[in-house]
Write a protein that binds this ligand. Structure first.
Ligand code: NAI
Ligand code: MG
Length: 490
């Protein structure tokens, strides 16, 4: 075991590239494909089937049929849970192959991909346990009536996910949807379609009936958009960019679909002078550079109390210079490539803007090599709140250091953003910690830690970072409809 963890794994063979509809691997009606790339080299790994509107319609029809008749509709809740447990076991059994495929297609380090696979297993098991514990209530109504509520599936659920945590986002979406008895049409990100197909194959092996899980790969503006406007889709669950969510919400309005959104952020990470410095430096480093900054909760606005700032930033820069950036399949690598040329160009563009506006570039700032999409871990010091690098989600290894002096001041500045996904505070003073936790407008707050996200804890955004919550019991709210039944007595 220890040996497999330190050896560089061989890239797996890619066999699955078609659409999955009704438990059949099918070619798209128009026969179109798109290339999926290895971001470490920029080279094509495989051609993947591209679903057009006719394929989306076929997948939705299969999902509708599975919802309304047959084994899934009539299955005991406990047996839905057993299927999810079985899928978790199969992912666990094939974790090394899946992690390698994830790293190949997404560029995340093999260490991070292995962590993600454990997450996938945890998420499926957590929601497997929920399947037979989703209960209604009896309600004390006025008059001679008995009223009770039933919790029923929302229906056919369209799920649109991004490329930064391809399988983990799949698990966050499938887990609660399937535990509640919905059926799913999923569109993975066009950059990272491969692992979803392999896990869908494992879902068939686990015994999920035809039509319960369907996968339609393709681009957002076409395949994704066709799913959003489809009149027979009851809900869209989306993770990605704020601007995409706005388009989806408008497009979903015509059919008044339910929507849930998990969007980005510009998360404030606040370091007080009384924090444990070793822990705070390591924490701030992990907060921004985990997965090359391609993380919705990335701690990209680093507020550092002015009296410790110089020392803090120097220590951070020292660590950044030593970070091993390179081949994601090499277990020694700490940071892989960005996912695509587009993402790399966006990041480099923001770095140029930062320099132009006069922020102080402490380290990094360049592309690494001319093959693949590698970017140096980058630190800007002395950033002003109104600079683009302090306001926009860069989604790369670029941190903006913002000096502050007072608690009230830093709370006000932390909240001065239209985002509100995550925030963190580093201090030994419990007064400051709890005051910050109460006042900061964000769905998650970490005290003396960062990026701790569990199956059990609600996750989502205040303000424009999202709508609804994923994970924990909270997710079940968004995958069930509540029905009130009232019976006249006597
Ligand atoms: P995106 O929001 O365009 O893509 C996410 C998913 O939405 C993909 O599956 C995509 O195909 C789909 N999509 C795109 N347009 C659509 C439409 N009109 N209708 C339906 N589905 C659509 O994000 P993109 O372009 O990949 O990345 C751009 C930026 O978005 C990143 O730089 C980052 O700032 C942010 N982002 C945030 C993520 C998060 O975890 N919150 C994840 C990925 C990106
Ligand atoms: Mg986009």
């Amino acid at each position: 075991m220890a040996q497999t963890m330190t050896k560089k794994p061989a890239p797996p063979a890619v066999k699955l590239t078609k659409l999955l509809i009704n438990n059949q691997w099918v070619d798209p009606a128009q026969g179109k494909t798109f290339d999926t790339l290895n971001p470490a080299t920029g080279q094509t790994i495989a051609k993947v089937a591209e679903a057009g509107p006719a394929d989306v319609d076929k997948a939705v029809k299969a999902a509708r049929k599975a919802l309304e008749s047959g084994p899934w509709k009539n299955m005991d809740a406990a047996d839905r849970g057993r299927l999810l447990f079985k899928l978790a076991d199969l992912v666990e059994k094939n974790a090394e192959e899946l992690a390698t495929l994830e790293s190949l297609n997404c560029g995340k380090t093999i260490t991070d991909s292995r962590g993600d696979m454990q997450g996938v297993v945890n998420w499926f098991r957590y929601y497997a346990g929920w399947a037979d514990k989703i209960e209604g209530k009896t309600v004390p109504v006025r008059g001679s009536f008995l009223s009770y509520t039933l919790r029923q599936p929302v229906g056919v659920v369209g799920q649109i996910i991004p490329w930064n945590f391809p399988l983990l986002m799949l698990a966050w979406k499938w887990g609660p949807a399937l535990a509640c008895g919905n059926t799913v049409v999923m569109k993975p990100a066009e950059q990272t379609p491969l692992t979803a197909l392999r896990v869908a194959e494992l879902a068939i092996e686990a015994g999920f009936p035809p039509g319960v899980i369907n996968i339609i790969n393709g681009y957002g503006e076409t395949t994704g958009a066709a799913l959003v406007v489809h009149p027979d889709v009851d809900k869209i669950a989306f993770t990605g960019h704020v601007d995409t969510a706005k388009i989806i919400q408008k497009a979903a309005a015509d059919t008044l679909k339910r929507t849930t959104f998990e969007l980005g952020g510009k998360s404030p990470n606040v370091i007080f002078a009384d924090a444990d410095m070793d822990q705070a430096v390591a924490g701030a480093f992990h907060a921004i550079y985990f997965h090359g900054g391609q993380c919705c909760t990335a701690g990209s606005r680093l507020f550092v109390e002015d009296k410790i700032r110089q020392d803090f930033v120097e220590r951070l820069a020292e660590k950044a210079k030593q970070r091993k950036v390179g081949d994601p399949l090499d277990p020694k690598t700490e940071q892989g490539p960005q996912v695509s040329q587009d993402q790399m160009d966006k990041i480099l563009g923001y770095i140029q803007l930062g320099e132009k506006r006069g922020a102080r570039l402490m380290t990094g700032g360049q592309r690494i090599g001319d093959k693949g999409y590698f970017v140096e871990p980058t630190i800007f010091d002395n950033v002003k709140d109104d600079m683009a690098i302090a306001k926009d989600e860069i989604f790369g290894p670029v941190v903006s250091v913002l000096p502050f002096k007072k608690v009230d001041e830093v709370i006000q500045r932390a909240n001065n953003t239209y985002y509100g996904l995550a925030a963190a505070v580093w201090t030994k003073d419990i007064d400051k910690a709890h005051l910050f936790a109460k006042e900061v407008k964000s769905g998650t707050v970490w005290v003396n830690c960062y990026h701790i996200v569990d199956t059990t804890t609600p996750f989502g955004g205040f303000k424009m970072s999202g709508q609804g919550r994923e994970n924990g019991e909270a997710a079940l709210e968004h995958y069930t409809e509540t029905k009130t039944v009232t019976v006249k007595l006597g």
